[in-house]
Design a protein around this ligand. Structure first.
Ligand code: PGA
Length: 258
C-alpha cells in the first residue's frame, strides 16, 4: 500500500486553547494510529507550543503556516526557522494561495523559504495551483510548471527528499471554492509527477504530492484513489476533529480495499 499523507492547516481559525482541545479530541478518536499514514497539523504560530505538548508521544507531525528565509535579524513580524524548530516544528507550509494572493508572496520569496527550510532539515510543503482565470485561459499546465521550477530552483536531488507538494487549485479553496473535478485533479497530478521526474530524475518519483481544495468526507476516497495523489491537504472539513477523523477513515478504508 502506498504511504498516505493527510493533514490540515487551521489557517487563522483557532487560538491556542482551541488548538489544544482539537488535538486532544483527534488523538482520542485516532487511538492506535494507522501506520501507513503520515498525519500532520498546521496551526497558528501562537498555538505551536501548546500543540507540541498536546502531540507529545504521538507521530502526528507539527507544521507551521509560514516562515522567514533568514535565521535571525531585522525582519519585523517574521518568524525564523530556528524559532520554529525551538517549538518542535518539523514541517513548514510554503506558498499557500492565501500567502500568494492576499499577501503578495512571490515565487522568488517562496523559493528562498524552501531552500531555507531544507537547509535546516525541515520538511517543506510547497503549495501550487492555478486561479479560475488561469484555468479558463488554458494556462494551468504552464503555470504549474513555472511554480514548480521557480519554487524548487536550487533544490538538489539529495535535499528534495524533504519536499512535499500540495496541488491546490485556487478556484477550489475555501468558502467560495468549487468542488474539485476528479478528471482535472488526475491529469494535473500526472503532470506534476512528470515535471518532478524531469527536475529530479528518480527522486522525483518519491516526492509526496497532496491534493487540497474543498476536500471532504464525501470526495476523499475518490480523490485518494487517483494514481498520483499521495495525500490530502484539508481546510474547513478538518477543523472539527470528528469530521477530520471521518476523512481519515474514508481514506484508510478506500486504500485498504484496493
Ligand atoms: P478548504 O481549504 O479545504 O477549506 O477548501 C484548503 C486549503 O486552503 O488548503
Amino acid at each position: 500500500m502506498k504511504r498516505l499523507y493527510l493533514g490540515t492547516n487551521t489557517k487563522m481559525t483557532k487560538n491556542c486553547a482551541e488548538t489544544v482541545a482539537y488535538i486532544k479530541v483527534m488523538r482520542k478518536l485516532l487511538g492506535e494510529q494507522q501506520e501507513e499514514m503520515t498525519l500532520f497539523v498546521i496551526p497558528s504560530f501562537t498555538a505551536l507550543e501548546g500543540a507540541k505538548k498536546a502531540l507529545a508521544g504521538s507521530s502526528i507531525l507539527l507544521g507551521a503556516q509560514n516562515m522567514c528565509w533568514e535565521d535571525r535579524g531585522a525582519f519585523t513580524g517574521e518568524i525564523s526557522p530556528l524559532m520554529l524548530q525551538e517549538m518542535g516544528v518539523e514541517l513548514v507550509e510554503i506558498g499557500h494561495s492565501e500567502r500568494r494572493h492576499l499577501f503578495g508572496e512571490t515565487d522568488e520569496q517562496i523559493n528562498k523559504k524552501i531552500l531555507c527550510a531544507l537547509r535546516h532539515q525541515m520538511k517543506a510543503l510547497l503549495c501550487i495551483g492555478e486561479t479560475k482565470e488561469q484555468k479558463q485561459l488554458g494556462l494551468t499546465d504552464r503555470l504549474l510548471e513555472y511554480q514548480l521550477a521557480e519554487g524548487l530552483k536550487g533544490v538538489t536531488c539529495e535535499s528534495v527528499s524533504n519536499v512535499w507538494i500540495a496541488y491546490e487549485p485556487v478556484w477550489a479553496i475555501g468558502e467560495n471554492g468549487m468542488p474539485p473535478e476528479t478528471g482535472h485533479v488526475d491529469e494535473r497530478h500526472k503532470q506534476i509527477r512528470s515535471i518532478l521526474c524531469s527536475l529530479f530524475g528518480r527522486s522525483g518519483k518519491e516526492i509526496p504530492v497532496l491534493y487540497g481544495g474543498s476536500v471532504n468526507s464525501e470526495n476523499a476516497a475518490e480523490l485518494i484513489s487517483l494514481q498520483e495523489v499521495n495525500g490530502l491537504f484539508v481546510g474547513r472539513s478538518a477543523w472539527k476533529a470528528e469530521s477530520f477523523y471521518r476523512i481519515i477513515n474514508a481514506v484508510y478504508n478506500s486504500s485498504q480495499n484496493r
